[in-house]
Design a protein around this ligand. Sequence first.
Ligand code: UDP
Ligand code: MN
Length: 341
Amino acid sequence: MVRAVNLRVVVTWSVAATLLVLVGLAMRHNNNQVEGNFLRTAARPLDALQRVPPEPLAEPRQQDVVEGNNNRVGSGKRCDSEKWVEGLPPLYIITPTYPRAEQVPELTRTGQTLMHVNNVVWIVSEDAAVATKAVVQYLNESILNTIYLRVQMPVKYKKVKNKPRGVANRMAGLNWIREHAKDGVLYFADDDNTYDIRIFQQMRWTRKVSMFPVGLVTKLGVSTPIVKEGKVVGFYDGWIAKRKFPVDMAGFAVNVQYLLERPLASMPYKVGYEEDGFMKSLGIKASEIEPLAFNCTKIWVWHTQTKKNEPAIPVNRTRATFGSNLDIISEQLWRGTGTNS
Ligand code: UDP
Ligand code: MN
């Protein structure tokens, strides 16, 4: 009798547990279905993270940095890290940067984010008269697949108060892609923004031009395409200013083949109109834009800004510090224009 009751309890619980597992599986399948149409990343954040293979140990290694003609420095290596997955389109991430106290910290944050992404070629393009030693050293020690370029903002733009920041160096990155890339996707990632790795996983599949929301832009708090039924029908941005594409630099990605088919595409030295000018030069139609981040319902890029820091005061070389780590540390400190490069 007791045994019969026990058996019934066991059977009842087994059936219940099986049902629970089945319901769980069905829900998971459903989730994947929802995002499977237009997004190729996991629906649940944990899944997305688990897809990233374990990091190889960060062994410092040498990388050729060749001072080239044309006021540029070029270096190139194809990724040999475990992060390169055959068959996955490469992401060419162009990061304009310039010398200042926050430069290496910003590149560190951006670089650490990119370490979570497969098949990245990180093009760090510095707006400087000479290469900043600390930057080149940082890239050399990085396990990332990096390209270092250097170019200067033309003098005539440097003189004006409102400068077209990062245009010359973004263009240098574009030219590098034109010379070296044949497929994949390009994205302009300023050194000081904040990126969720899911946006990289999604933008990789851009066919022409994809767009997505950028947080912390203007008083509206966001700049985003307006999406209805999966189509871009307009733009929500605090500064429309007669722009056909009122978008932020961090809010779009471009297919490399699409770019290569448009050899005249370029970014104008026109403050506030850099993105609009670039989009127009690509000749993309609003109806062709591919909205990402779940039809632009997620903010996965933030236009963060870092507090300005003063240049560091030189290390006081006393008997106590001489011959110590401070000799080495002092070389890495930003001490103002030209002094640490
Ligand atoms: N930048 C540059 N040269 C400059 C100023 C800025 O290359 O003289 C880069 C900077 O590192 C960043 C991008 O251009 O990646 C945008 O600059 P910033 O963040 O100062 O502009 P904001 O985001 O405030 O518009
Ligand atoms: Mn910025």
